[in-house]
Write a protein that binds this ligand. Structure first.
Ligand code: TF8
Length: 335
């Protein structure tokens, strides 16, 4: 008898919890903007995120994925999120430096040697700490995705030594670390939003740019760039963002749906990106690009120039955060 009552009580409790859960998820339309083409590692992962959100919310929460910067550049979308005019986006952490100076940490040349190091630091306490800084600026960071190691392309000449960069008009992302880094290499660095890059290359307003292989492929830069130099000079992450104004009005259940889907999309995206990157060089060669690696001596010269900007990045992000990052790296490296 007692057991029966207990079972019945449990049943009632579970039913109530289920109903509370269902009530806690309201019909929502989420505008999710991104800058690359639909047919890119970014586009594929946004699509997976949308599917996961719809599935986990029983179809109540719907994600409208809007790619190719149709909602604006990274910087414009960030402002829309802060103002509450758009719900979500994914973009480069580099474009957030003007909002949260600590994001400059991820622009540090040669910070990570490989994807495993990047994953460990970005998904660990240092990555979380930097992400949390966004909240006071009206943004909520959910997860980091891989953009990837960046490589140099241009339309003037093969870059085989440092001096080949002299005077090359090079588009860089819109922040001072990238600007300073490439100026220190002798390039004529010009900050531009990604959404204007293809046209700038096509009209020769700039001679070159730097991005991971995946993006050089998906944005068809091979149509307007002849030379690719393997530099792997910096690992760039993307970050999935929500508008804090909007996020604060969501229930716990709704936030959980979004966070779980974000983690799934992150794991999918990194795997997809790495698989694509592994095949990309031969594809780019097949598309007609002329590809060269730097000799070890030249790679070192470039590395030395670029690591010289480390001290100013450490100042910008704060010495404590810099030291924590180095400690986290030593730990992953087994030191
Ligand atoms: C860049 C970045 C881009 C991102 C993207 C549009 O060069 O690498 O991939 O900003 O979200 O601007």
């Amino acid at each position: 008898m007692k057991l029966k009552l207990a079972v019945a009580a449990l049943g009632v409790a579970l039913l109530a919890a289920g109903q509370a859960w269902a009530q806690d998820i309201k019909p929502r339309m989420i505008r999710f903007g991104y800058g690359l083409n639909e047919d890119s590692n970014q586009g594929r992962a946004v699509k997976l995120f949308a599917q996961e959100v719809e599935k986990a919310s029983g179809g109540k929460m719907r994600v409208r994925a809007i790619g190719a910067a149709a909602l604006g550049s990274d910087v414009q979308m960030q402002q829309a999120l802060i103002g509450g005019a758009q719900e979500m986006m994914v973009g480069s952490t580099a474009t957030l430096v003007g909002i949260t100076k600590e994001m400059a940490l991820w622009d540090t040349p040669f910070l990570f040697n490989n994807g495993a190091e990047a994953d460990a630091v970005l998904d660990g306490p240092v990555g979380q700490k930097v992400m949390d800084k966004l909240q006071e600026k009206g943004l909520v960071g959910l997860v980091y995705w891989e953009n990837g190691f960046r490589n140099l392309t241009n339309n003037k000449q093969p870059v085989t030594k440092l001096e080949d960069l002299n005077g090359i008009k090079l588009r860089v992302m819109q922040n001072n670390v990238f600007l300073d880094s490439f100026k220190s290499l002798g390039a004529n660095a010009i900050p531009l939003p990604f959404s204007e890059l293809f046209t700038a290359l096509e009209t020769r307003a700039v001679d070159g740019q730097e991005n991971p292989y995946n993006t050089i492929l998906s944005s068809k830069f091979y149509e307007v760039q002849k030379y690719l130099t393997v530099t792997n000079h910096v690992y760039s992450p993307w970050i999935v963002l929500a508008s804090k104004k909007w996020w604060d009005g969501l229930s716990q259940a709704e936030r959980k749906v979004l966070l779980d889907a974000a983690v799934k999309s992150r794991d999918f995206e990194r795997k997809d990106t790495r698989e694509e990157a592994a095949k990309a060089l031969s594809e780019l060669r097949a598309k007609g690009m002329q590809i060269n690696e730097l000799s070890p001596a030249e790679a070192n010269r470039m590395r030395e120039k670029l690591t010289a900007v480390h001290a100013s990045i450490a100042d910008q992000v704060g010495r404590d955060l810099w030291a924590e990052t180095q400690a986290a790296l030593a730990k992953v490296r087994g030191g």
